[in-house]
Design a protein around this ligand. Structure first.
Ligand code: PAF
Length: 277
């Protein structure tokens, strides 16, 4: 496995890789969810590139950038075992030199849900992903369904900016009790970790109602709210039952829909979602 830090190192290592190249952008502190993306890329592409960069511009001023977990030696060992060809770990100075002033903004799709509660978050995500795409020039890029809005926004950006890259969205990987894998789960103490199961329980309660024939979106949102409110350690930020493509809130579920939520468990903000189809 080759490693690169500077853009020059990345470009010369990338030039040696047989195509198609599959790319998995990450912020490190890898878990089974990331490794599932690498494995999918490994199956579908001749070469696999992974980036590890905790992107400061996608964190709000009061968010967890400073304390975001980092462990490069552990990440490298996992990526080596997964058969990755090249790992790129740029520094903040490489990605954002002092005179940096160009941003990529996807407009409508970033307005609701995460965008409404994390101002500037998606501007940071799309800008860094565009820069990563420009440098790595992959044929395919892999993202998790866990960050459903991020996947939709990146797909839109890829279309709008004519990147010749196929965006592949892979299923959420869950722990045995249903909690979605996330680097942020490491913030939870044992009691909070138990309480974190409430997100998947709430999503499943709404999905069950949908499967029983319930089609009123507000009823599905109410079911999710009630389950979250039954957990004393949980504080709901939002629940949503939205159109899968536009992410606009629905009145009635007719086509494919996205159930999603953000919930604080103690100080830790967790998100999760399920698709209704
Ligand atoms: O999903 C993530 O880990 C990040 O948002 C990404 C796509 C690597 C951009 O920093």
């Amino acid at each position: 496995m080759k490693t690169a830090i500077t853009l020059e190192e990345l470009r010369s290592a990338r030039a040696m890789l047989p195509e198609p190249v599959g790319f998995v952008p990450t912020m490190g502190y890898l878990h089974a969810g990331h490794i599932s993306l690498v494995e999918r890329a490994r199956q579908e592409c001749t070469s696999v590139v992974v980036s590890i960069f905790v992107n400061p511009t996608q964190f709000g001023p009061h968010e967890d950038f400073a304390k975001y977990p980092r462990d490069l030696p552990r990440d490298f060992a996992q990526l080596q075992a997964a058969g990755v060809d090249l790992v790129w770990t740029p520094t903040p100075e490489i990605m954002y030199p002092p005179d940096f002033q160009t941003w990529v903004i996807v407009e409508r799709l970033t307005a609701p849900l995460e965008g409404a509660h994390r101002p500037g978050h998606f501007r940071g995500v799309t800008t860094v992903v565009a820069k990563l795409f420009n440098a790595v020039q992959p044929q395919k890029a892999y993202f998790g369904q866990k960050d459903a809005q991020q996947a939709a926004v990146i797909r839109q950006m890829t279309r709008d900016l004519n990147y010749p890259i196929e965006i592949v969205v892979c299923p959420t990987v869950r722990e045995a009790d249903g909690v979605a894998m996330s680097s942020r789960n490491t913030y939870l103490n044992p009691e909070e970790r138990r309480a974190a199961t409430v997100l998947f329980r709430a999503l499943n309660a709404a999905k069950f109602a949908y499967e029983q024939g319930e089609r009123e979106a507000e009823t599905l949102r109410r079911i999710m709210r009630e389950v979250i409110e039954s957990e004393p350690l949980a504080r709901l930020q939002y629940v949503s039952c939205a159109d899968f493509e536009t992410l606009e809130e629905l009145e009635w579920v007719e086509g494919k829909a996205l159930l999603s939520m953000a919930v604080f468990i103690g100080q830790t903000r967790l998100i999760d979602n399920l698709i209704l189809e």
